[in-house]
Design a protein around this ligand. Structure first.
Ligand code: ADP
Ligand code: ADP
Length: 229
């Protein structure tokens, strides 16, 4: 069953056509990597999926909800779509645990006790239970990114979007973050990942989408596409 259906998506900034005609369906539990040159529209595509950008035309359905309908409840929709950015964007004056529990308490009405239990379970999952009471500035970039992933998961999303999650990290931190993403894939999380990590794309993703100039120019099984004949 497809969880995301994108039809004839176009996005213009003024006269600039950034996404020209994107149609794609993503199945439940599918892990899709989006690759392509800088400026090809990868990041814009992800932000459209999360409604961080208004789309110019076309339709986006996520989990059956029509996202081009102006009356639709964007906040409710965003709860179904977790997003992780290149920059971790953690709240600097809140602890690691508070970063994770804020949205479940404010947006989902969970009690502090419930949210704390969920937060600790997620911190355990990303290997950072002992950092619960630390502040983001006390963590390495890789640790902060793992907290950002836990924070997104705390909303119990149906799908996770990652926009170059390891591009801002020192090389020695990249593996830990990719491992968390690999674990999520194994658990059956639906994911769309913009990345330059070709090894990860080949080993973990079910499908790779190549973008260029605002179009999807090729897509397929990475094990086939990345194998030299
Ligand atoms: P990628 O993620 O593949 O590097 P982006 O989606 O970031 O590509 O950008 C695609 C194109 O859209 C680029 O030419 C970029 O300059 C342009 N662009 C992105 N955001 C904006 C914006 N807010 N206003 C105008 N142009 C933008
Ligand atoms: P990334 O490399 O992560 O895709 P960019 O550096 O392209 O990010 O863009 C960073 C921010 O600047 C984004 O919010 C994007 O919308 C905005 N942006 C990018 N290109 C332009 C542009 N030509 N005009 C206005 N804003 C832009």
């Amino acid at each position: 069953m497809s969880i995301v259906q994108v039809k004839n998506l176009k996005k213009h900034y003024g006269q600039t056509e950034v996404l020209k005609d994107i149609s794609v369906e993503i199945s439940e539990k599918e892990v899709v990597c989006v690759i392509g040159p800088s400026g090809s529209g990868k990041s814009t595509f992800l932000r459209c999926l999360n409604r961080l950008e208004e789309i110019t035309s076309g339709t986006i359905l996520v989990n059956g909800h029509e996202m081009t309908d102006n009356n639709s409840d964007i906040n409710k929709f965003r709860q179904e779509v977790g997003m992780v950015f290149q920059q971790f964007n953690l709240f600097p004056h809140k602890t690691v645990l508070q970063n994770i529990t804020l949205a479940p308490i404010k947006l989902k009405g969970k009690s502090k006790t419930e949210a704390d239990a969920l937060g600790m379970a997620l911190l355990e999952k990303v290997g950072l239970k002992e950092k619960a009471n630390s502040y983001p500035s006390q963590l390495s970039g890789g640790q902060q990114q793992r907290v950002a992933i836990a924070r997104a998961l705390a909303m119990e999303p149906k799908i996770m979007l990652f926009d170059e999650p390891t591009s801002a990290l020192d090389p020695e931190m990249v593996g830990d973050v990719l491992q968390v993403m690999k674990d999520l894939a194994t658990e059956g999380m639906t994911m769309v990942i913009v990345t330059h990590e070709m090894g990860f794309a080949r080993d973990v993703c079910d499908r790779v989408i190549f973008m260029d100039g605002g179009y999807i120019v090729e897509e397929g099984d990475p094990k086939v596409l990345f194998t030299n004949p």
